[in-house]
Design a binder for this molecule. Structure first.
Ligand SMILES: NC(=O)c1ccc[n+]([C@@H]2O[C@H](COP(=O)([O-])OP(=O)(O)OC[C@H]3O[C@@H](n4cnc5c(N)ncnc54)[C@H](O)[C@@H]3O)[C@@H](O)[C@H]2O)c1
Length: 379
């Protein structure tokens, strides 16, 4: 095995999810040549970063990402910090010849995303963006079914990502816990945070988007800033709904909000084809619902496929337990990492690459532009 020495920047929610993947992947994918090693974690606060390193098993700590990038004993950099920091770190990492695994959304906007994709391509460094839902086995199965032609011509794609954690006006913006509500850190609200996932999956399953028309709303206009204690205008979109036309002629309907009382992280999609339909939701992530019009009429109906079978039927599942036993959210990161490491061996790209993620960014930008202009926008 060859060590792949990881330097991870940021150690919050995603830092934990990724570290879990680094620790598990070689146990469950033993054939991989590359074995991740937790070489260094980087955070601004030495005490907190050291506590994280001790808890999770990182060998060293840095408080300046440039110091991390200058080290010869770091092969790959993992960017797990808020969105406004992705560009500068990725450009610096590419310049140092480091492989890059970057959290989504890749950037604050398309201009930044293209600059980043150009930088990794020019440097010739392996790269991927953590749109992890592609690697939920039921979603991977959806991709296989669509690609096999089982759905026939696609007419409709509909997708939601619903949360409710912002309903209280007392939730602050900015700072360590609520940077997502501050435009300067997040870039946008639900569009870049949640719809970006829906869009990435949609582009993967159903191809490119031609044009969009959107509406956004900011329900709470002012929130206290967590760092200054002052009320400041809210610059992000609290909710966004958009219609689109895909390049294959199908119609898309997307909605995301942080004000859907009762929903914590309800990511769903449904695709209706001429011959069959599929639907999936994150709260029941190990199931794929499937309706086949060719079924005998007497028993025709929606099937709920428990995506846990072996024998190659259900992607990734052979790696885990026995058929019938399901896996969860964290495994999607293990799978993406396994695919990244396998691609590295073959010197092949691991999708979504930075270049792939530019396409998602373009749709996000068109959505926000359309909402502001109340127009249809070409992607
Ligand atoms: N793939 C997914 O499903 C998914 C889920 C959540 C978050 N994300 C993305 O991951 C990234 C991080 O989100 P998170 O939920 O882990 O956030 P988080 O707030 O839990 O953690 C962020 C980390 O970055 C550090 N940090 C904050 N500001 C920084 C700065 N200016 N410089 C250096 N470090 C800084 C924090 O100390 C913390 O360690 C974001 O881009 C987010 O969009 C992706």
């Amino acid at each position: 095995m060859t060590e792949l020495r990881i330097g991870m920047i940021g150690y919050g929610f995603m830092g934990r999810a990724h570290t879990n993947a680094y620790k598990r992947v070689s146990d469950f994918f033993p054939e991989l040549k590359y074995k991740p090693v937790l070489q260094a974690v980087c955070g601004r606060n030495k005490e907190n970063a050291t506590a994280f390193a001790n808890q999770w098993g990182y060998a060293s700590v840095e408080t300046d990402y440039n110091a991390l990038l200058s080290r010869d004993d770091i092969d790959a950099v993992d960017i797990c910090v808020p969105n406004d920091r992705h560009r500068e770190i990725a450009l610096a990492a590419a310049a140092k010849g480091k492989m890059i695994l970057c959290e989504k959304p890749l950037a604050m906007d398309t201009t930044q995303a293209e600059e980043m994709a150009d930088a990794v391509d020019k440097a010739g460094v392996a790269n991927t963006v953590w749109y992890n839902y592609r690697r939920v086995p039921a979603v991977s199965l959806a991709k296989a079914l669509v690609d096999s032609g089982k759905l026939g011509r696609i007419y409709h794609y509909r997708s939601n990502f619903l949360q409710d954690w912002c309903i209280s006006e007392d939730v602050p913006q900015g700072g360590a816990s609520t940077w997502r509500l501050e435009a300067a850190s997040a870039g946008s609200g639900v569009t870049g945070d949640l719809l970006a996932h829906c869009i990435d999956t949609a582009l993967w399953l159903n191809g490119g988007v031609a044009n969009v028309t959107a509406m956004t709303e900011t329900f709470v206009k002012e929130r206290t800033h967590a760092e200054t204690g002052k009320k400041e205008p809210v610059g992000i979109d609290d909710a966004c709904a958009f219609l689109c036309r895909f390049k294959n002629g199908s119609l898309g309907v997307f909605e995301s909000t942080r004000y859907a009382c009762g929903h914590k992280a309800l990511y769903t999609f449904e695709i209706n084809g001429a011959d069959a339909s599929i639907r999936w939701d994150l709260h029941d992530l190990h199931r794929l619902e499937y309706f086949d019009h060719d079924d005998e009429g007497r028993v025709r109906g929606w099937r709920s496929i428990h995506v846990t079978d072996h024998g190659g039927d259900h992607p990734y599942m052979e790696r885990w337990w026995v058929p019938g036993l399901q896996i969860g959210y964290e495994h999607s990161f293990v799978h993406q990492l396994a695919d990244f490491l396998a691609a590295l061996e073959k010197n092949a790209p691991c999708s979504p690459t930075f270049r792939d993620a530019v396409e998602t960014q373009k749709v996000c930008d068109a959505v926000l532009k359309s909402a502001a202009a109340r127009s249809w926008e070409t992607v």
